[in-house]
Write a protein that binds this ligand. Structure first.
Ligand SMILES: [Zn+2]
Length: 409
């Protein structure tokens, strides 16, 4: 009974927090109804970024509270996380509908389900490994590390696409797309890759260099005329024809977050210094990865420009159309793997008619809330590890019940 009430609280709290934050954040965007699309996209950016974080942080923080405060209910943090996630999704729907009025609930839920499953297999596996990792390095730690690496490699080597296919999100390409890709392959003198259609929300294209596969979303197919779709595919061909060394680096870059699984042993061995050491390592590695990916994008963009076809500016038009439809600002923070649209347009030979917009606000109140939630996730978990660790390292006196060590679940 207590547990059911707790779950209901997790669900309601998550829904209220997300809904409230979203509605507040949407106020300036609603006021700018008649502004240029780049100005509106710029206002929307912070909340979209925060929602991406909330999707994981909020359920994780609720699960952490459950883990720390109610250790007597084993594994209770899992249903707590699920209840939180359901609340987050409910809280986000009104915003999604306000921003993309054509959005159908079915498509949105399928999109979320696909994103969730892939994230569960990546971020979720890492979070689970943080909890399951023993305090001391040994065979268990080694086995767990091997398992996390194996799952990630499996995803990269076709597992992710297999899951998307199973969920009906990745389907075979319609004849129009096959035809366009065949034409670009001939134009660029490259072999014909496997081609698929992604039934995800947003207009996008993606390349899987390891699998020689190119995929385009339904919405990109709907909004782009043939020549622009071809230019976007030429960008993806740029990724498919990366040298082996670059592809190897790309695989390696999917392990950027791996060190987080050693939080517990690092805390045990070095205290908070171990924790901050891992954080510093993550920052350095993710900066290197970002530089590497940016260079990849720039190369693919120049391939698209070179092979965009007879009429100049086709690739630039396609890019701008995609960004506007997806409501991604023309100038994005330097932390992203893609350069800003404004710079990509200039590199593609087209200077936009509007002046270069400012980047979205770097620091907003949403960041403060998200940071608070990260602390709300880490602190209770660390507290319980600390408690459990202290109990384990000071054996209880004979016959004393209250100081029996409580096993971590
Ligand atoms: Zn790209």
């Amino acid at each position: 009974m207590l547990f059911a009430t707790l779950l209901a609280c997790h669900f309601a709290l998550a829904a209220i927090v997300v809904y409230g934050m979203n509605q507040l954040a949407l106020v300036p965007w609603r006021r700018a109804r008649d502004a240029h699309w780049t100005a509106r996209a710029r206002l929307l950016w912070p909340i979209r970024k925060t929602n991406g974080l909330l999707f994981f942080i909020l359920p994780a923080a609720l699960a952490a509270a459950q883990y720390s405060q109610f250790p007597e209910i084993p594994l209770a943090y899992l249903p707590a996380a699920l209840a939180g996630l359901a609340g987050v999704i409910l809280g986000m729907w009104p915003t999604a509908k306000a921003v993309f009025p054509d959005l159908a609930l079915g498509r949105w839920v399928r999109n979320l389900a696909a994103v969730f499953v892939i994230r569960l297999m990546t971020v979720g596996v890492l979070i689970a490994a943080i909890f399951l990792m023993p305090g001391h390095l040994g065979w268990t730690a080694l086995g767990l590390t091997a398992l996390v690496i194996a799952i990630n490699l499996g995803l990269v080597w076709g597992g992710a696409l297999w899951i998307l296919r199973l969920m009906g999100v990745f389907i075979s390409a319609p004849p129009r797309l096959q035809e366009i890709v065949r034409e670009i392959a001939a134009r660029m003198n490259l072999p014909m890759p496997r081609v698929g259609l992604l039934r995800l929300y947003g207009a996008n294209a993606i390349a899987f260099p390891l699998l020689n596969t190119l995929a385009v979303t339904e919405m990109a197919m709907d909004v782009l005329p043939d020549d622009e779709l071809g230019a976007v595919c030429a960008h993806e061909f740029g990724h498919l024809s990366e040298p082996r060394g670059t592809v190897a680096m790309l695989v390696l870059s999917t392990f950027t977050l791996l060190p987080v699984i050693y939080f517990k042993p690092a805390m045990d061995a070095f205290g908070w210094a171990g924790y901050f050491g891992i954080c510093a390592l993550l920052i350095v590695v993710s900066r290197l990865v970002r530089t590497f990916r940016r260079r990849m994008e720039q190369r693919a963009d120049s391939a698209a420009k070179t092979h965009e076809g007879p009429s100049p500016g086709v690739y630039a038009r396609a890019l701008e159309r995609l960004y506007e439809l997806n409501q991604v600002p023309a100038v994005t923070p330097a932390t992203l793997s893609h350069p800003s649209l404004y710079d990509r347009l200039i590199a593609a030979g087209v200077t936009p008619e509007y002046p270069r917009p400012a980047a979205p606000a770097r620091f907003t109140w949403q960041n403060v809330v998200a940071l608070g939630l990260v602390v709300a996730f880490i602190t209770p978990v660390m507290n319980r590890w600390d408690r459990d660790g202290r109990r384990n390292s000071h054996p209880p006196r004979m016959g004393s019940v209250e100081s029996q060590p409580t096993r971590a679940d």
